[in-house]
Each structure stands twice: as C-alpha cells, then as structure tokens.
Design a binder for this molecule. Structure first.
Ligand SMILES: C[S@@+](CC[C@H](N)C(=O)[O-])C[C@H]1O[C@@H](n2cnc3c(N)ncnc32)[C@H](O)[C@@H]1O
Length: 240
C-alpha cells in the first residue's frame, strides 16, 4: 500500500512551518524546553542520537548544545529541511550526519545501536501498522538503557480520528490567527490528509510489545505530548 507523501508540504513551503513555530502555535517553546530538561536528566555517559523526521532541527539543536551527542544522525524526506538543518546544527561539536530518506526505513534498517531515538511531530504521519513497526524497530535498535523520546499529537481515548480532526482544525482556525488565509487552508488540508494520531494507550501498548515497558508523560500542551519510553524505570537516569 502506498500513502500520499506527508512531507510534500514541508518540501514546498518549509517557511510555513517556521511561521507556525515562530508564533508558537504548536507549543515548540514549552515542548523543547521540556526536551532540554529531559536530556539533562540523562547520566553523563556519551550518547548517540537518531532524529527521525528531523525537519530543520531548529528546536532540537539548542537542546543538544548543553550535552552534545557524540553522533547526531537526522533523517527526513525533505531536502529543503535538511539543507536548513545543516545550518542549525553547525555549532554542534560531535559528528553530524544528515540523510534524506524515510524514517521508518531508517529505523528498520539501522544496524547501529542508539542511546536516544528522537522523533518530533512526525510519527502521526504513519498508519497504525507502520507505527507498530516503528516501535518494534525502536525496541531493536535502542541500546539497553536507551531512550525513545516521542513528541507528537495524541488523540483522547475513545475519540475517533474524525472527532480529533474536528477539534484540531477548530483550534487552528481559532488560534493560528497570524497565518495568511491561503496558508492556513494549506495547513488544514495537510492535517486533514496526513494526521493519524493514536490514543496514548495504543502507543503505550505498541511500545510494551516492543520491550519498552516504561512510558512517562513528561509534558502535555493541549493535544501535543512529550513521551519517554524506556525498558526500565531508571534507564540511564542521573542518580539522586
Ligand atoms: C512537523 S515537521 C517536524 C520537524 C521537527 N522534528 C519538529 O519537531 O519541529 C515533520 C517532519 O517530518 C518529516 N516526515 C514526515 N513523514 C516522514 C517520513 N515518512 N520519513 C521521513 N520524514 C518524514 C517531514 O518532512 C517534516 O520535516
């Protein structure tokens, strides 16, 4: 089965996503402050991070500056976003590798062991069976004490996709007031076509089946969640 390309909007108009994030319409400020804090809780061992659907890495890059990974690998379908990611990650002292490709292929085919898998606002583009594959691959490719950090939109329990979409599109129309009309409609069409968020319980169950039995909700801003999945409750956490 093939699905329409969810990255098309990012390839054509990365500037639209930049506009949304500059107005903080998806809570990037709070979310990435939370990711920064979360990463600071990791023990001090060197780590390697794979960022799946990295976009231009504009908001993750500053979080990595405090405790930089020895290797950052970013994967995205959008060439435009990756070109910008080179700039945003330029100051990072460790090795930076950026690859154009599909995030599911990348995590399923990686032969390496990763200490942190990060994915921000990308997983909801996958269908349910693909998300299950994503978690299975994450379980395989994470190091023993590895972390999967998932930032994404999540549906309420028992809320169907249609009802979720109604709510999210209403939120966009009410709150995203600084987006020019035609671009707002483009963003709404993208959400309608490509957003397939799951309820928390589904994500948790997929992760559990992949051996990542511990889930922590580390942040929530409306529908936008930050989740940490690990094999055990204390995986690679600083002591004390
Ligand atoms: C909403 S942006 C998020 C960018 C960044 N991670 C953030 O948190 O701001 C989603 C990104 O996922 C990418 N993307 C969507 N589906 C993808 C896929 N199957 N494989 C790789 N990248 C994908 C898009 O190109 C886009 O750059």
């Amino acid at each position: 089965m093939s699905y329409p390309n969810p990255a098309a909007i990012f390839t054509r108009s990365w500037s639209l996503y930049d506009l949304l994030t500059e107005h903080n319409y998806m809570f990037h400020r709070e979310i990435y402050a939370g990711v920064d804090e979360l990463l600071s809780l990791r023990d001090d061992s060197p780590y390697r991070l794979l960022d799946l659907g990295c976009g231009n890495a504009r908001y993750l890059a500053p979080c990595l500056m405090r405790i930089p990974p020895t290797l950052y690998r970013g994967v995205d379908l959008s060439e435009t976003a990756l070109a910008e990611a080179h700039e945003y990650l330029a100051e990072l002292p460790g090795e930076v590798v950026l690859t154009q490709g599909d995030l599911l292929d990348a995590v399923e085919s990686t032969a390496e062991s990763w200490d942190v898998l990060f994915t921000g606002f990308a997983l909801h583009h996958l269908m349910t069976d693909q998300k299950a594959r994503f978690f299975r691959a994450a379980g395989r490719s994470l190091s023993e004490k590895g972390w999967l950090i998932l930032v994404d939109v999540v549906r309420e329990e028992n809320q169907d996709r249609e009802t979720y979409l109604e709510g999210y599109l209403r939120f966009m129309h009410e709150k995203w007031t600084e987006v020019p009309r035609d671009q707002l409609e483009e963003a709404c069409a993208h959400v309608r076509e490509h957003d397939y968020p799951e309820p928390l319980s589904t994500l948790q169950e997929m992760a559990r089946q992949a051996g990542l039995s511990h889930m922590r909700l580390t942040g929530r801003h409306a529908q936008h969640h930050t989740l940490l999945f690990t094999r055990s409750a204390t995986s690679a956490m600083k002591k004390g």
